[in-house]
Write a protein that binds this ligand. Structure first.
Ligand code: FES
Length: 283
């Protein structure tokens, strides 16, 4: 290849390269023109943003105005002025309450008392303690006394019923002459002794071993027919009148007869075994 050909080729290559550079620069210039907004467009954008801001402000202002209106709508509340209570009226009210309470309590107390009184009288009329009490047939009463080792307790009569030995009746005639209802029972072989100790009122139990009555409170002792044998009691056990009508034993608890004086010992019964309370007092 000669030098002229080489130069021609080089020129052609340079020409092609130069044309490529020109085309590339031209394309870049076209692309730069596409990315840039026009003035009108930018103005429109600004106007739109401004309008949006204005609209937001309007909405906020409206909301704020509506909130303030809601708070302003408050119903007026009427407040009663406090008035000092009338002292006389208060005192009067308190007095009325106390009077009513007193009357109510008194009525309740009187009502309770009346009810208890009626119950007591009703019971007396119905055959309870304080009236005549039918103890049953004589032979049955005696049978129960013996079955219970010498003593029969009748709670409705608050009494102990024991046998009175027939052989001692002649002595009883003298001692109990002034107590005909009591002596009547003794004559029939029965004595009804009040359960209450003549010393200070304890209930006196029987003592099966000694066959006496022995008071646990202060140790007073009485034989089986209630004559005092020891202890601080001032007399023998009090008792009730007993009658036997058509074979039926009736104890009249409406009248309490005082026990026989200290030293009375119509039956001569001594302790038949160990005492339940202490020994023989000998007072
Ligand atoms: S109460 Fe019975 S001895 Fe005193």
């Amino acid at each position: 290849m000669n030098s002229t050909t080489i130069i021609t080729i080089a020129i052609a290559v340079l020409a092609v390269l130069g044309l490529g550079v020109v085309l590339t620069a031209s394309r870049r210039s076209d692309m730069g023109g596409v990315g840039v907004l026009s003035r009108e467009t930018r103005k429109r954008d600004r106007d739109a943003k401004k309008s949006s801001r204005n609209a937001r402000r309007d909405v906020e202002a409206e909301a704020s105005a509506s909130r303030s209106t809601a708070v302003a709508v408050i119903q007026p509340v009427e407040i009663e002025p406090w008035v000092l209570p009338d002292r006389e009226a208060v005192d009067e009210s308190r007095r009325a309450f106390l009077n009513r309470a007193t009357v109510t309590l008194m009525s309740a107390s009187l009502g309770g008392f009346a009810a208890a009184l009626i119950a007591f009288l009703w019971k007396g009329a119905d055959g309870g303690f304080g009236s005549k009490i039918n103890a049953g047939k004589l032979e049955e009463v005696v049978g129960k006394i013996r079955a219970n080792k010498g003593f029969l307790y009748l709670p409705e009569a608050r009494s102990w019923v024991t046998e009175y030995p027939k052989e001692a009746i002649s002595k009883a005639d003298v001692i109990y002459a002034g107590q005909a209802p009591v002596f009547s029972g003794m004559s029939s072989g029965i004595v009804a002794l009040y359960q209450k100790c003549p010393h200070l009122g304890c209930r006196v139990p029987e003592c099966k071993t000694s066959q006496w009555f022995e008071c646990p409170c202060h140790g007073s002792q009485y034989n089986r027919v209630g004559e005092k044998k020891g202890g601080p009691a001032p007399r023998g056990m009090d008792r009730f009148g007993v009658s036997v009508n058509n074979g039926m034993v009736v104890i009249d608890t409406g009248t309490v007869f005082g026990g026989p004086p200290i030293g009375t010992n119509t039956t001569g019964q001594e302790a038949e075994g160990p005492h339940c309370v202490g020994g023989t007092g000998g007072h």
